[in-house]
Design a protein around this ligand. Structure first.
Ligand code: GTR
Length: 334
């Protein structure tokens, strides 16, 4: 198993003299917080298969799933340094690194999954991935993450007032902190891997996530009230270390980028099925699902959050560009 010390020497192993002579002498290391059967991790396995086939086994990816290399925030730092070659993270831990990523995390920005897919497949998605290169990361592609909804151990949430005073775990991102504060609850930033215990011990009363994570993290065992607020649809993102990227020759980069793009429809297909399966299993487990949510009341309280985080004309334009794309009439689960 890879240790933190290995990660410190890993950049030295990806060697080469001139760019065109670079050889990948070991597999590319990639981190993911989710267990191996989760759709994001399955997408990484797909990348490995595609690369192995196209390069006759010269380029491979080795996947460290289940958060074994550390929290998303920690592994991102190591990725920027070059100790991990690739990282599949939620957009939230990137919010403090690249301000452009905040736009996709704005509450109630997306109407549904189709709207999100249109935005990330189009110009706005491209701009945000490109913005990462100034911060030591090469943005490769986005994956779905569905709608995040609040769940808790105490009571059903229909209105923001029901959240008042509750301690809610949030991802390590200022916009999530502000969002939960604006709803009248107490935000507690905490790495994903610590949330289950925190719920059991009452350190927090609730959290927020999509159906597949609510299930696979087993938070549903403790937090039995799941309210369909779907307040954020921010995607997952696959990044490479800019240091690793610079060590690959042009053909290797093309292979890696193509494999990442090709993994997106594979992931979306797995994702849609996983959302349906997780939802069905959760309902069967007897949790209380609150569908009757006062969305307007939630949206109203989020307007100041938009103002606070859209601090530059560039960010406002990006948000407007995405809002204008909201012209679909199909829906997919999320
Ligand atoms: C999941 C996401 C993870 C992580 C987690 C969290 O939906 O896939 O990358 O961000 O949420 O809440 O920390």
């Amino acid at each position: 198993m890879l240790t933190r010390r290995d990660l410190l020497v890993a950049p030295l192993l990806l060697s080469g003299c001139g760019r065109s002579e670079v050889a990948v002498e070991r597999p590319l290391f990639v981190a993911d917080a989710h267990p191996s059967e989760y759709p994001t991790v399955q997408a990484l396995f797909a990348i490995d298969r595609i690369l192995a086939e196209r390069t006759g086994g010269e380029m491979r990816v080795r996947i460290y799933s289940g958060g074994q290399l550390g929290s998303e925030a920690d592994t991102l730092e190591i990725t920027i340094f070059g100790g991990i070659d690739m990282n599949r993270v939620n957009l939230a831990p990137l919010n403090s690194i690249a301000p452009e990523t905040i736009v996709l995390a704005l509450p109630f920005l997306f109407r549904d999954t189709e709207h999100l897919r249109q935005a990330v497949d189009g110009a706005p998605g491209r701009k945000i991935l490109d913005a990462l290169s100034r911060h030591g990361l090469k943005g490769l592609c986005y994956y779905d993450s569905g709608g995040r909804s609040f769940y808790n151990t105490k009571r059903p949430i229909h209105t923001p007032g029901d959240l008042r005073g509750m301690k809610i775990r949030v991802q390590n991102s200022d916009i999530y902190v502000a969002m939960v504060q604006a709803l009248g609850a107490n935000p507690t930033p905490m790495p994903y891997g610590e949330v289950y215990q925190a719920l059991v011990q009452g350190v927090v009363d609730g959290a927020e996530n999509n159906w597949p994570s609510y299930e696979s993290s087993r938070h549903f065992e403790v937090a039995r009230h799941y309210s369909l607020t779907r307040h954020v649809l921010a995607p997952e993102v696959l990044v490479a270390s800019e240091r690793t990227w610079q060590k690959l020759d042009e053909q290797q980069r093309d292979h890696l980028q193509a494999a990442a793009w090709e993994s997106v429809p594979i992931m979306r297909d797995l994702w849609d099925r996983r959302v349906n399966d997780a939802r069905r299993r959760m309902l069967e487990s007897g949790i209380e699902v609150v569908e009757d949510v006062d969305h307007e009341a939630f949206v109203d309280l989020m307007l100041p959050v938009w103002d606070r985080f859209l601090t530059t004309p560039k960010l406002r334009e990006l948000a407007e560009e995405i809002t204008r794309m909201n012209n679909f009439d199909t829906t997919t689960p999320g």
